[in-house]
Design a protein around this ligand. Structure first.
Ligand SMILES: Cc1cc2nc3c(=O)[nH]c(=O)nc-3n(C[C@H](O)[C@H](O)[C@H](O)COP(=O)(O)OP(=O)(O)OC[C@H]3O[C@@H](n4cnc5c(N)ncnc54)[C@H](O)[C@@H]3O)c2cc1C
Length: 411
C-alpha cells in the first residue's frame, strides 16, 4: 500500500481520495480551504453521461460577435485580459476540425458513460445516494433555426449511443409543465440526471473519507520540492509535508504545479455564475437546459438554481455580477411565473483546457505523480470516473478506457 498525497479537495480530489482509500492506501488531501467550497460548490449539478460534445465546435467563432454584443449573451471577455487569454482562445479555435471533435467526443463519452456507475458506489457508501437523481433532463429551443444550428452536436451524441428524443411544444409541456408551450422545439435525454446539492455531495464524501481513515489537512500549497525522481515534499504555509506519491487535483490552479513538474498545459479559468431562487411554487421534475443561452435550471434541495455562461477575466478578477443579472433575466424568460425570491449569487472558475478534455494520467517525467484536473464543464460528472481511473493507475491495474487522449503532453 502507498502513502498518497492529493492537492485539492474539490469533487475531483475527494472522489479520487475516496477511490484510493477504498484500495487501502494511506491518503492525505491538502486544501487551502474546506472540501467542496471552490468550483465544485455552485455548479449546475448536471450528471450527464452523454456530455460528449466539445465546447469548441465548428462555427463557434461566427457566434462570438453576437454573443458579445448581446447583454444577456452567454459569453463575456474582459478586454484587458484578452492578450493573456489569446493563446488559449487560439488553441480553442484550432480544436474545431471535424476529425478532432469526433475524437474528442469518443474520449469524453468513454469517460462520462461511467458517470452513474462510478458515482453511485461512493454516494451509497457515504449515505448520500439521495443526492444522485437519475431524472433525465429537457433541452429547449426558442426557434427552429437555433435547433437546426445544433444538428451536429446532437448527431455526435446519437452516434455514441446517447438517447435524445425530439419533443414538440406539447411534448415539452408534458414533461415539464412549468415550461408551458412556449418552446417549439426540444429534446429529452432520459439517461441523464443531476446532483441535488453539489456542495453537500463533496462534503459528505469528504466526511466519509475521513471516517474511513483518510486525512484532510487545511494548508495552502506554495510549492513542490523536487528530487531527481519526482516530488519529495509539498512546501505549505504550515511547513514542509513529505510526499511519496502525489495526485494533482487543484482545479484551475493545477497548471502552476504541473509546469513545475515539467508538464505545461494551457489551463484557463472559464468563469461561470449561478443564481438560486427559493420560490417553492416552482417545481421542476428534472433540469431544463437552454442550449441557445448555454445555461441549466436545476431543481435542488435548496431551491432552483440557474447556472451557466462563460467569462474570460482570469483567475483573480472579482466576480462581475452583471452576469448573474443576465441569468435572472433568462430565468424570468424561461419561467415567467417565477417569483423573484433570490437567495444567493455565485461565481466559479471552471478549470478548462481548450480541447474540452481533462488531463488524467501519470506525469510525463515522474512515475510517482498523477494528474486529475482540467475537467472544465464536466467536472462533477467526470470526477468519480476520474478518481476510479487514477486508483487503477496507482494500483497498476489496466484502466477500463484508453487514457491516451487525456495525456498532459498532448499540447
Ligand atoms: C456555473 C458552472 C456550472 C457548472 N455546471 C456543471 C455541471 O452541471 N456538471 C458538471 O459536471 N460540471 C459543471 N461545472 C464544472 C465543475 O463545477 C468543475 O469542473 C468541477 O467543480 C472542478 O472540480 P475540481 O475538483 O477539479 O476543482 P475545484 O472544485 O476548483 O477544487 C480544486 C481545489 O483545489 C484547491 N487548491 C487549489 N490550489 C491550491 C493550493 N495551492 N493549495 C491548496 N489547495 C489548493 C482549491 O482550494 C479547491 O478546493 C460547472 C461549473 C460552473 C462554474
Amino acid at each position: 500500500m502507498k502513502n498518497i498525497t492529493i492537492i485539492g479537495a474539490g469533487i475531483v480530489g475527494i472522489a479520487t481520495a475516496s477511490y484510493l482509500r477504498r484500495d487501502g492506501h494511506q491518503v492525505t488531501v491538502v486544501d487551502r480551504g474546506l472540501p467542496g467550497e471552490y468550483c465544485s460548490m455552485g455548479n449546475a449539478g448536471i450528471l450527464s453521461p452523454g456530455s460528449c460534445v466539445p465546447i469548441a465546435m465548428p462555427g463557434v467563432l461566427g457566434n462570438v460577435p453576437g454573443y458579445l454584443l448581446d447583454p444577456l449573451g452567454p459569453l463575456r471577455l474582459k478586454w484587458s485580459y484578452f492578450p493573456r487569454a489569446l493563446p488559449w482562445l487560439w488553441r480553442f479555435i484550432n480544436s474545431t476540425g471535424r476529425a478532432q471533435i469526433e475524437a474528442t467526443a469518443d474520449a469524453l463519452r468513454s469517460l462520462l458513460v461511467q458517470t452513474f456507475d462510478a458515482h453511485l458506489p461512493l454516494a451509497n457508501h457515504a449515505g448520500c445516494a439521495d443526492l444522485i437523481r437519475q431524472s433525465g433532463y429537457v433541452v429547449v429551443y426558442e426557434d427552429e433555426q437555433s435547433y437546426r444550428g445544433d444538428a451536429l452536436a446532437w448527431k455526435l451524441r446519437r452516434d455514441r449511443g446517447v438517447i435524445c428524443t425530439e419533443l414538440d411544444a406539447a411534448g415539452i409541456e408534458t414533461l415539464v409543465q412549468a415550461l408551458g408551450r412556449r418552446y417549439p422545439r426540444g429534446l429529452h435525454l432520459p439517461e441523464q440526471g443531476y446532483v441535488a446539492n453539489p456542495e453537500r455531495l463533496t462534503k459528505t464524501l469528504a466526511a466519509q473519507f475521513q471516517r474511513d481513515g483518510g486525512v484532510i489537512l487545511q494548508r495552502d500549497v506554495l510549492d513542490i520540492e523536487l528530487g531527481a525522481d519526482g516530488p519529495l515534499a509539498l512546501l505549505t504555509d504550515a511547513g514542509r509535508l513529505p510526499v511519496e506519491t502525489l495526485v494533482l487535483c487543484a482545479g484551475v490552479h493545477s497548471a502552476q504545479f504541473s509546469a513545475k513538474l515539467g508538464d505545461r498545459v494551457p489551463l484557463e479559468a472559464e468563469r461561470g455564475y449561478h443564481v438560486m431562487f427559493s420560490d417553492p411554487s416552482l417545481e421542476l421534475p428534472m433540469p431544463v437546459a437552454s442550449a441557445q443561452h448555454k445555461l441549466f435550471v436545476t431543481p435542488m434541495e435548496m431551491g432552483t438554481r440557474i447556472a451557466g455562461h462563460t467569462e474570460f477575466a482570469g483567475i483573480d478578477a472579482e466576480p462581475d455580477y452583471r452576469r448573474a443579472d443576465a441569468l435572472v433575466a433568462h430565468m424570468k424568460r424561461l419561467f415567467p411565473q417565477v417569483r423573484n425570491v433570490e437567495t444567493t449569487r455565485w461565481m466559479g472558475k471552471r478549470p478548462s483546457l481548450p480541447d474540452s478534455k481533462p488531463v488524467i494520467g501519470r506525469a510525463t517525467r515522474y512515475a510517482n505523480t498523477f494528474y486529475a484536473f482540467g475537467h472544465g464543464h464536466i467536472g462533477l460528472c467526470g470526477s468519480a470516473p476520474t478518481g476510479r481511473l487514477i486508483a487503477d493507475l496507482v494500483a497498476g491495474r489496466q484502466p477500463n478506457i484508453d487514457l491516451a487522449p487525456f495525456r498532459a503532453d498532448r499540447f
